[in-house]
Write a protein that binds this ligand. Sequence first.
Ligand code: NAD
Length: 255
Amino acid sequence: MNSIHSQSKEIAEVFIKSSYSVAFTGAGISAESGIPPFRGEGGIWSRYNPEVLELDFFFRQPFKSWAVIKEIFYDFFQDVKPNAGHNVLAKWEMEGLLHALITQNIDNLHQKAGNHEVYEFHGTTSRLICTYCNNIFSSESVLLEQLPPRCADCNGLLKPDFIFFGEGIPEKAYQQSIDAARKCKVFLIIGTSGEVSPANQIPALAKESGAVIIEINKEPSMYTNRISDYFLQGSAGEILSLIDHHIQSKKENHS
Ligand code: NAD
């Protein structure tokens, strides 16, 4: 197997030549910002009961559900900052090297880093939606002092605008993700185990369309040895920075 160094050099070349590149991110890219994954040791669900994200439970016990949701997704996420991995992806978008970013994350860190073309496959914590009239509110505009929060227009129960267990994928983000996967030449999979469906079907679409699949993960995933053409094992921030270093030196040599 080629070293990470030589693989990243090759990948830099592939990236520079690509006319349409897409990144697909999961919880792993935000780990270096201090956000734990949901599952496994140290995961969020080892400390909290996942029932708070079941729709049934949420409607039956909105206060109980919101108390936990607030603690995990609002009190904690609010102070979290993008890390080196997010920053490289934002820089690549600005430089015209990355054309779309599909994320399974709900933490808004790609936007905080500066990416604009972000398709939030599972929604986001940055908005709240009224479960009665569907009005949308920025989460910053809603004080979470009194729980559960209520719609300023109709007094309906507000819910974070990310999907709870069993809910469907937001239609627009779903379609945008499929379109991007179908037309891309390079598809970068970062920090995702590939265990969550239907998000895990998006990389296969890119593969079927002939894209080069580049994977970055600390551990092998469902994609490694199946669809990944390159597998770079390590932390997202470190590896993305290394690829970026090679891209920038190649660009300097070409100019
Ligand atoms: P997952 O927890 O199933 O897998 C995380 C993957 O990241 C693993 O394969 C792990 O080896 C890898 N990883 C961990 N640290 C890494 C690092 N520093 N660099 C590179 N890779 C690293 O995550 P998933 O596949 O995204 O699916 C989990 C679901 O939970 C998704 O729906 C996601 O939306 C949600 N989730 C989101 C957040 C968030 O918004 N930050 C956090 C936890 C879970």
